[in-house]
Each structure stands twice: as C-alpha cells, then as structure tokens.
Design a protein around this ligand. Structure first.
Ligand code: FAD
Length: 450
C-alpha cells in the first residue's frame, strides 16, 4: 500500500483530485469522504431540475459512488462527514452513521465547496426561505416551490436569474429583488444588464431594482412577507440567491490560514499554509490573471482544474501549477445567453486601468443566410496599452458560448485590440459573417486603426 491521500468533499474539485491522483499514482491509497449521498455531482443543474428540464435529481451526479470506487480504485465514503482535522497527529475525525472514526493521512485535500449566504436580517430563519447548494437537496426545494403561487427571488446573480426562469416555467409568479441598480451587478455593466431586464419583463418577472431586502415576516413559523426598504410583499416562498461563501469551517478550526478573500489561502500548487495539506475548488482562493490580485470565484471549471492540480501535486510534489482565472462565465436567462469574461468597464476603472469600450450589434451568419440572429457585444480595453480587458456578450443563440470562449482564450493570453482583430477566426455563410462579431468589436474599439 502506498501513501494515504484523504480528500474531504467529493464534488467537482474532490472527485477531480481523486481521479488525477489515481491516474498519476497507481499505488496510493485514496479515501474520499462526502457528507452527502452523491459524489462527482453538478449543483449547476439544480435550477434545471427545479424547472423540470432535468427529470431526476440523481442525474446530476456524474458517477455513482460504486462506479467511481470501482473505476478509479478510490475508497469512496458517502454520508461521512469530516468533523475535525488534526494537523499535529495528521488525522481526520469522520462521523459515519452513529460512530465517529479517525483516519490517518499522509496528504490531505480539502474540497468542501461553498455555502449559500443567508441575510443577517429579521425572519431569515423562517421556514420557506430556501437556498440552493447540493443536488441531493434539490427534490425538497422543488417540492417546496411547487406548492407556492408567488415566489420571491432575492438576488439577481446567476443563481437568482436561473431560478427566476425555473419558477416561471413552473407557472409561478416571480418577484425578483436586487439591491443594486441592475442584475448581475458584479459581473456585467449596467448597459448590458439592461438587455436582461427586458428579457425578465418579457417573461413576466416582476423586477425590483435598487430595493434592499431588510427582513421577512411569517405566520406559524412560515415566511409570508418579504420586507424591503420600499415596501412589503406577500409571498408563499423565498429563494435566496445572494451569493456563496467558502465552506472553511473545518479549515478555520484546524488553524489553516485563510486569504484576504476569506477563502483558504493557497499557492499555485494548491498548497495551503500547512505542509501536505491542499485545498481546491469553491473553498479555495484564486487570483485574477488580469489584475494579478487574489480573488474568490465559485465556478465549476476552475473547481475541476484546481482539483486536478491538487490531486496531481499530492502524489507528485510540485508537478502542476494552477495559473489563475479571468472570470469567464455564461448563463441562460429565458431565451438569452448571457456571457462575460475578464473585467467589466466599471471593474477596469476601479482597478486603475483607463478603459475604453465599444458596444456593437452583429449578426451570427452572413446577412443573406437565413437563421442568423443579432447578438450584442461589449468589448473593454485599456487605452494606453491596447490590452483587451473584458468582453460581455448577450444574444438569443448558444453561439454566444463560442464567442465568449474565443474572447476568453485571447484575453487570458494578454491579447491587445490588434491581436483580437487579426485573430484567424473561421468563416462560412451559415456560421458567421465574414467579419466575425468578435473582430468587428475589436475594429470598432480600435477607433479607426482598422
Ligand atoms: P461542491 O460542488 O460544493 O462540493 C463540495 C462537497 O463537499 C459537497 O459534496 C459536500 O457535501 C462536501 N462536504 C462539505 N463539507 C464536508 C465535510 N465536512 N465532510 C465531508 N464532505 C463535506 N458553476 C458554473 O461554472 N456554472 C454554472 O452554471 C453553475 N451553476 C450553479 C448553480 C447552482 C444552483 C449552484 C449552487 C452552483 C453553481 N455553480 C455553477 C457553481 C459550481 O457548482 C461550483 O463551483 C462547483 O460545484 C464547486 O465544486 P467544489 O467541489 O469546490 O464544491
């Protein structure tokens, strides 16, 4: 038997770490604990399960524990909650059924994910105020909202918007509260977010912007009203979408250092402040490739990659580096695909750049070819250096995903406006106009250079 690698949490990061460690070290003993019944799961699918697009919550788990254990030769323990990490004795305490067992580790990977934030306001502990976290909890969430007529969604971020759509699909009246002047306030500029406002209105979502929720009131312990700075609203259920925070409780108790974002501090090898202890995924801090600053981002693609890096380094030493992120993300809001990468214009200004921006509307096919749609693209660059800092794209076609990924690949490599303009992108009448929309955005941004 080789060294023992213990992994806490079997979501995207934990399962990726286990798979990578096994691939690189056939001898290691790998034990992966999860306090829930699912492993290798996809919380991202919860809104689609609630809205009825995905039929079974179990479909949101990619592998069953048995399959994963067999195929990867990993000792998978479900319904096993790690309650303590002891750094001195190199052990973890695990609650399994009615007993608490102690396991030794040579290398430890913490992949406990993130928790939904709850508002510190009166009434926030009432029943019927619902949060989204893990797929196995989704059937309860769906049963709760199915019984409701009016549902409030608090928060206009990705999860709030995806839930608003799911609830409308279930025939509910939806009231969405966002305390900032526009939805997606931390990821989009206001001019682009307005397109999402129109889409929400088109589908009957009652949108309350600049309206902070200050409390909830209930009857017999069940929520009945949302109280904001501007009024009171009768509702049957409330879905919270005000963000997540890293689930660092175990790490904090063990004395593992947190970073400035309050996620676990890690270096590019996913090493924590403690020898032989790694952290990966939504529980760990990362850094922004554009600003060079530490940041916290809770998204599945970085979680998977950080897990791979942690798993590889747990068995091979300093074998792989995680380079950082630029914050690429996409969501669907009814008939619109809403995508972004890099910095918004506001963020660019706050970070000390001198941003210039161009916003264009472009067709997705040659003008004579049927079936094309119009997409809106905003590109932001730093005027003195010409470096492209960010792109936001919104349009009614999945092609938006391809555009944003193209932009992300370029921006992640430090591309300038010229680099983007001369990127050798593809063309055929059914798939793109001869001037690709991303290139057109760069051309407009170049202010006459091209
Ligand atoms: P998780 O997936 O949260 O896994 C952590 C695991 O640790 C859990 O299984 C948990 O049970 C376990 N655990 C925690 N504490 C313990 C303990 N003490 N003992 C044992 N086990 C423990 N990202 C995107 O990129 N795109 C999307 O569209 C998207 N949509 C989302 C929609 C929703 C509703 C939610 C909630 C998230 C969404 N995300 C999305 C974020 C994405 O799901 C996360 O970034 C990703 O799941 C992080 O993986 P992780 O392994 O770090 O954490």
């Amino acid at each position: 038997m080789g060294r023992r690698i213990v992994i806490i949490g079997a979501g995207a990061a934990g399962a990726s770490a286990a798979a990578r460690a096994r691939r690189l070290d056939p001898e290691a003993e790998i034990v992966m604990f999860d306090k829930g019944p699912f492993i290798s799961h996809a919380p991202c699918g919860i809104p689609y399960y609630v809205g009825g697009v995905v039929k079974e919550a179990a479909d949101l788990a990619i592998y069953s524990p048995e399959e994963f254990a067999r195929e990867r030769r990993v000792d998978v323990r479900i319904n096993a909650e790690v309650t303590e990490i002891d750094l001195r004795s190199r052990t973890v305490k695990v609650r399994e059924g009615n007993t608490t067992n102690t396991y030794q580790w040579d290398k430890l990977i913490i992949a406990t994910g993130a928790k939904p934030i709850t508002l510190p306001v009166e009434g926030s502990d009432l029943k019927g105020i619902l949060t989204l976290r893990l797929p196995h909890e989704a059937p309860v969430l769906r049963a709760e909202v199915e019984r409701a007529r009016v549902v409030a969604v608090v928060g206009g971020g990705y999860i709030g918007l995806e839930m608003a759509e799911a609830l409308v699909n279930l025939g509910k009246k939806v009231i969405l509260f966002e305390m900032m002047p526009h939805v997606l306030p931390t990821t989009f500029d206001e001019d682009m977010a307005k397109l999402v406002h129109d889409e929400l209105a088109k589908h009957g979502v009652e949108l309350h912007l600049n309206e902070k929720v200050v409390g909830f009131s209930g009857v017999n312990g069940e929520v009945r009203k949302v109280i904001t700075e501007k009024g009171e609203y009768e509702v049957d259920k409330v879905v919270m979408g005000v963000g997540v925070r890293p689930d660092t409780d175990l790490a904090v108790k063990a004395g593992i250092k947190l970073g400035e974002t309050r996620a676990i501090w890690v270096n590019e090898y996913m090493e924590t402040s403690e020898p032989d202890v790694y952290a990966a995924g939504d529980v760990a801090e990362t850094w922004n490739l554009i600003t060079g600053k530490r940041m916290y981002i809770a998204l599945a693609p970085p979680a998977n990659k950080m897990g791979q890096v942690a798993g590889a380094n747990a068995v091979k030493g300093r074998f792989l580096k995680f380079p950082g992120v630029i914050g690429t993300a996409i969501t669907k809001v009814f008939d619109l695909y809403v995508a972004r990468t890099g910095l918004t214009e506001r963020q660019a200004r706050e970070e000390g750049f001198k941003p210039v921006s161009a916003t264009i509307r472009a067709r997705t096919t040659a003008h004579y070819y049927p079936g094309g749609v119009q997409v809106s693209i905003k590109m932001v660059a730093d005027e003195p250096s010409g470096r492209v800092l960010g792109v936001q794209i919104i349009g009614p076609d999945k092609i938006v995903a391809g555009y944003i990924d193209t932009a992300a690949a370029l921006i992640g490599r430090g591309a300038t406006i010229d680099d983007v303009f001369f990127a050798d992108l593809s063309y055929s009448p059914p798939t793109a106009p001869v001037w690709h929309p991303i290139i057109t955005a760069a051309r407009v941004l170049s202010k006459g250079r091209f």
